[in-house]
Design a protein around this ligand. Structure first.
Ligand code: SF4
Length: 413
């Protein structure tokens, strides 16, 4: 039976059976909802008026021609779409940043500064005998994570199932296996405002240093020390976190502390980190930017060459601060509508996206992996995954639309 890859979270499961136009979603509710998304709107429009594609392309080109600093954001699409967007941002002197990319950049900034040991999904599912989940249950965002990484029935390099420990607020702990989660070897619950301190304790234990004097006595010290010891005694540990769970002001400090734990454990045995990041091909945005512009995301092309600036080119800050005079919003993988703004908006959106008010120009594009084939980058960043097509909607891809606009402007696709 042919299999298709699911595009609806960063795991990009490639084992979903596809037969007679129906996808067996392997009991994943997120995939079930995703593959059932309706084709509600297929027409392109200008100011809410349905128009032929060529007229919409002309209108979009006119907005971009008049703009001094267009902002390209959202960016939830496949790699060909992202490469086309980088080309259009380049030819219009625009700025490119994923919407709400700060958590992803917190991971990246720390990795740039202190280095890191990233484990792949395959490594964790085949080798890890100790797994620590930090901050919150990842299952709502990555529904089959435990099934794929923890409950691998045929691991290559470990004899027993891994011991999984959760560290974080009690209300965000994973469900047990019977309810779609995993059975925990230990559950170290600390309030969100003590999570950083708990990580400091683990880092001190991993590095063989004295505990910081500032450590609060209300922390479950014995449990934390026991956890560090289990990692030191194990053959391969993995620390998994979703930086979106961390308070923004502490996110970088917390990621840095996790990487210190990983480094400390690696002094005597093996340990890797697995930052989960965002969905909607967030890792693909990083990779495409790096391949095409030589810089990671938050890139401006206004000086005639690509320039990376993680503060200046923050999409939310630019839009609220009046630093962009046109918005190109791209969301083909999700049904996210563009943010409310007074600048002219070109919306490149999925066929089921509902906009509160019509955009200046609106293109309806296919969902990669559903309406057309494509390629995305898995959340562990090591593999570009091909997507298939599961229905015939006739909708164009993001790349097709963006390249048409760029050609209309005289740029190179
Ligand atoms: S876990 Fe993610 S990629 Fe896998 S089937 Fe569910 S939504 Fe799709």
């Amino acid at each position: 039976m042919p299999a298709v890859t699911c595009p609806f979270c960063g795991i990009f499961c490639g084992d979903l059976a596809f037969e007679n136009g129906r996808v067996d979603t392997s009991s994943c509710a997120k995939a079930e909802t995703g593959f059932a998304r309706p084709v509600t709107v297929t027409e392109h429009s200008v100011g809410g008026r349905k128009v032929p594609l060529a007229e919409a392309v002309d209108a979009a080109a006119a907005i971009l021609r008049a703009a001094r600093q267009p902002l390209f954001t959202g960016l939830g699409t496949d790699l060909l779409g992202l490469q086309a967007l980088l080309g259009l941002a380049d030819s219009t002197g625009g700025v490119l940043d994923r919407w709400q990319s700060s958590p992803q950049l917190a991971n990246l900034g720390v990795q740039q500064r202190v280095g890191c040991w990233i484990g792949t999904f395959a490594e964790v599912s085949n080798r890890a005998d100790q797994i620590l989940i930090v901050g919150r249950d990842p299952a709502p965002f990555f529904p089959r994570l435990f099934e794929r990484l923890v409950h691998n029935p045929t691991p290559l390099y470990r004899k027993n199932a891994p011991q999984v420990t959760y560290l974080g607020p009690s209300e965000l702990r994973p469900a047990d296996r019977a309810h779609g989660g995993t059975d925990l070897a230990a559950d170290i619950t600390v309030p969100a405002n003590q999570l950083y301190e708990a990580l400091l304790v683990l880092a001190a234990e991993a590095e063989g240093r004295k505990l910081p004097e500032s450590v609060g006595t209300s922390l479950p010290l014995a449990q934390l020390m026991g956890l560090a010891q289990r990692f030191k005694d194990g053959a391969y540990g993995s620390i998994i976190w979703d930086v979106g769970a961390f308070p923004p002001v502490q996110a970088e400090l917390m990621v840095e502390t996790i990487l210190r734990i990983v480094r400390g454990i690696n002094l005597t045995t093996r340990c890797s980190s697995l930052p989960l990041g965002a969905t909607d091909n967030a890792m693909g945005v990083m990779q495409a930017a790096l391949w095409q512009a030589g810089w990671p995301m938050r890139i401006g092309f206004g000086e005639g060459f690509p320039r990376h600036d993680a503060y200046l080119y923050n999409a939310e800050r630019m839009l609220s601060g009046g630093d962009a005079d046109a918005l190109v919003w791209v969301a083909a993988l999700s049904a996210a509508p563009p943010p409310a703004t007074s600048v002219p908006t070109i919306a490149v959106v999925a066929p089921d996206t509902i906009l509160a008010t019509p955009a200046a120009v609106e293109f309806r594009v296919g969902i990669p992996g559903v309406d057309h084939a494509g390629t995305v980058v898995r959340a562990d960043g090591v593999i570009a995954v091909p997507l298939g097509k599961t229905r015939d909607s006739g909708l164009p891809s993001t790349a097709t639309i963006v390249n048409l606009i760029n050609e209309r402007l005289g740029g190179e696709p």
